[in-house]
Design a binder for this molecule. Structure first.
Ligand SMILES: Nc1ncnc2c1ncn2[C@@H]1O[C@H](COP(=O)(O)OP(=O)(O)O)[C@@H](O)[C@H]1O
Ligand SMILES: [Mg+2]
Length: 243
């Protein structure tokens, strides 16, 4: 079956492979500020595909239903084709980033107990505006049942990943997840789980995520952080970097 490119996003290419499956190919491109800053670095695509595959398998084992089917060992994941809900669901364990701007009483990296969930309407041209759950219901983006499922599932994913990271000496600050509906209506975790979609700190308080690029605009520093993340998770990256 031939590959048909159906979408090129900021970080991935999406190919239709026929049937109910898609290939997500992780690009080497790096963007920040909704695409205002753009760069590229060899290895990023492989590292992000590998981290995604590993973490999708991990949350699946914990009982979370995801779009993940298989990983080719390179830059491609085979996934189930979904009808995406245009929401970025953010879960925050520590105050950081845009949260500090919208609520100035938080101190940076203050622990949020319980975690805070935010919904953003996914639209780059509008800078993914923050919305409240009622907005999403009122315009029919999802049903109340789906909303409850998404909140419950996001908290579960956050708990599973926070625990795994903690065992590896890492701290999950926050993460963004996306969901889509399968043909039968089932909601599945979709998109990616990578340093582009979460913030994670190592034991020294250093970022092993895209924050390195947002702060320094240096893709080489960022790729070093991504390699560290892979190694901390026990992933073999000897095909990407030496040493
Ligand atoms: N299982 C899936 N089925 C259909 N679309 C998906 C699936 N998983 C992710 N997507 C979508 O594919 C695109 C992936 O490319 P990406 O570079 O992340 O795009 P964007 O710049 O729009 O975020 C996203 O729009 C994402 O919502
Ligand atoms: Mg994306």
């Amino acid at each position: 079956m031939g590959l048909k490119l159906i979408y090129e996003g900021k970080s991935k290419l999406v190919y239709d492979v026929g049937g109910d499956e898609l290939i997500l190919e992780f690009k080497d491109d790096v963007t920040a500020m909704d695409g205002l800053y753009k760069s590229s670095v060899v290895g990023k695509g492989v590292l992000n595909a590998r981290v995604s595959a590993y973490l999708f398998e991990l949350v699946e084992r914990a009982g979370v239903r995801t779009h993940y089917l298989s990983y080719d060992g390179g830059r491609r994941l085979l996934v189930r084709k979904l009808s995406m809900i245009p929401l970025e669901v953010i879960v925050r364990n520590y105050a950081y980033g845009s949260l500090l701007k919208r609520m100035p009483l938080y101190k940076q990296l203050q622990k949020l107990e319980p975690p805070i969930i935010e919904f953003h309407y996914k639209d780059d041209s509008l800078h993914d505006p923050l919305i409240i759950a009622e907005d999403a219901l009122a315009v029919g983006l999802l049903t109340k049942e789906e909303l409850n499922h998404i909140i419950k599932t996001t908290l579960k994913i956050n708990e599973v990943l926070s625990n795994v990271f903690k065992e590896r000496g890492l701290k999950l600050v926050d993460m963004k997840v996306e969901f889509g509906r399968a043909k039968d209506g089932e909601l599945l975790l979709a998109d990616e789980i990578t340093g582009d979609s979460f913030r994670v700190l190592d034991g020294n308080g250093d970022h092993l995520d895209k924050e390195v690029f947002r702060k320094t605009k240096d893709v080489n520093l960022m790729i070093k952080a991504y390699v560290k993340l892979c190694k901390a998770l026990g992933l073999d990256v000897s095909d990407v970097v030496s040493g």
